[in-house]
Design a protein around this ligand. Structure first.
Ligand code: ATP
Length: 299
């Protein structure tokens, strides 16, 4: 009997492991309904992340051949750097993130992590190397503590607590009726979008992936929440290579590089200061956001 059950148990474990790696990613891109269009090469090696460098090299991509989406995109994220992608809706920001996970193969060009083309390594190893903070995180019907621990179920409770502190969740959790044992999720306490995103950050802190992808929530957050998220994000981004899809320019002022995208192309790149001096599209976006912020402050 035992011999019969062991492999089943093992399969169950592997299955859960894969589900875990994929849930947040699928959630991020709403891909649950879509079958993946890519497959591993036979005996595809494991991705070996030593430094965490990302490179897009002349990337051309189309969902449907007749409509090119990304056009000859090239950029590098050096180890430990934070690179932000901004641009109008439909510019191709999420597409770029989906390609980093290899949800689709390219028409042309290459994406490399530490010089390994991502289409040559196993998809599981690729996806395990990247931690995602999605816009909208799925919470399980469980305690808030377990929801954070899910980032790495084998972590010791002290490690979970450290992640909670680093994500600036400790005060919030202490104030809950049953503290860390408070149940959240659909059948439990409802938490706000900003709190959910901090739970996602705590999970990723616990998971410690070498590469981080942050998809900033589009919904407006009050400035206290935004500050809290930003500070937890910064403690996460230390020692990580991170790619941030940003909607509020105020959150990426400190980025090592900002890529401004439009219609599938990078039209400007540089630091916040360099882009302001350039006085082009970014500077215009910045002025607009400043005006809006002032307006809402006065209304
Ligand atoms: P937003 O800020 O609104 O999320 P974005 O910059 O992330 O926009 P993408 O989602 O990358 O933009 O979309 C880029 C282009 O690709 C858009 O024109 C979109 O219509 C198209 N597109 C996105 N996903 C698909 C898909 N699954 N199939 C076909 N076309 C798609």
């Amino acid at each position: 009997i035992l011999q019969l059950f062991m492999p089943l148990n093992f399969l169950g474990m592997v299955y859960r492991e894969i589900r875990r790696a994929l849930t947040d990613i699928e959630n991020m891109f709403g891909l649950l309904k879509k079958a993946p269009s890519v497959s591993d090469e036979p005996n595809a090696p494991t991705l070996r992340v030593t430094e965490g460098a990302i490179e897009f090299r002349n990337v051309n991509f189309a969902y449907h051949a007749e409509r090119p989406i990304l056009k000859n995109l090239s950029f590098k994220v050096n180890p430990g750097e934070k690179v932000a992608v901004v641009g109008p809706s439909g510019a191709g920001k999420s597409t770029l993130a989906r390609l980093l996970f290899r949800f689709y193969d390219l028409q042309n060009g290459e994406i490399l992590i530490d010089n390994q083309p991502i289409n040559r390594v196993s998809q599981l190893s690729l996806r395990q190397a990247i931690g995602v903070v999605p816009q909208d995180t799925v919470l399980f019907n469980d305690t808030i503590f377990s929801n954070v621990a899910y980032g790495r179920p084998e972590a010791a409770p002290e490690e979970v607590n450290t992640a909670i502190r680093m994500a600036n969740l400790d005060r919030f959790i202490e104030a809950l009726p049953e503290g860390p044992d408070t149940r959240v999720g659909e059948r439990g306490l409802k938490v706000s979008g900003g709190e959910k995103q901090r739970i996602a950050i705590a999970r990723v802190i616990l998971k410690k992936p070498p590469i981080l992808l942050f998809d900033e929530a589009t919904s407006a957050l009050d400035s206290a929440t935004e500050k809290a998220i930003l500070s937890s994000l910064n403690s996460l981004a230390k020692n990580h290579t991170s790619l941030v899809i940003a909607h509020r320019l105020s959150t990426i002022i400190d980025a090592d590089q900002i890529l401004v995208m439009d219609s599938g192309e990078i039209i400007e790149r540089g630091t916040h200061q360099q882009l302001l001096t350039m006085n082009g599209r970014y500077a215009e976006m910045w002025r607009l956001q400043q005006d809006n912020a002032e307006e809402s402050a006065h209304s």
